[in-house]
Design a protein around this ligand. Sequence first.
Ligand SMILES: [Fe+2]
Length: 163
Amino acid sequence: MTMEALPQVCFLNRRVNPPTMPAPEGRKGYNRVSLHRDPDLEVAAARWIAGGESSLHGHGDSAACYCVISGVIEEERYFPHPDGSYHYERVRLEAGQRSDLPAGAFHKVKALTDSVTLHYYMPAPCDATEAVPAETLKLLIEAKARSLPQKLGERIHERPAAA
Ligand SMILES: [Fe+2]
């Protein structure tokens, strides 16, 4: 299977019941279960409680994709550029929508409602929630900061003129 085949897999997975998973325990806002793992592919499901969030993390050399099976997810994601910088965006994903992260990307996921997500990693990652190296974290903070003035400017621009 290739990453290109995943949209169809996501579609098929929407037609089956979400996996039966125990609710998250303690202060952790989600519970993750690996459903399949071989050297080329890992498939995992996660059950989230409203307000549950992941750490800011990467997936090593693996490309990742996840589908929202139920609920609503907010994701902050950082895409690597060839020049070494990152592009930041924040998105809201509802049931049936997906997110694709190339190798080297980072993200932070938060459940806005109780949610179930299905995750794919190619190849199977050594660590599916790999911590962000300190030197990279600085670049991610810069990428997020760069996106803010533009959004503030858009809001100011959209404000109706005073009468
Ligand atoms: Fe992730």
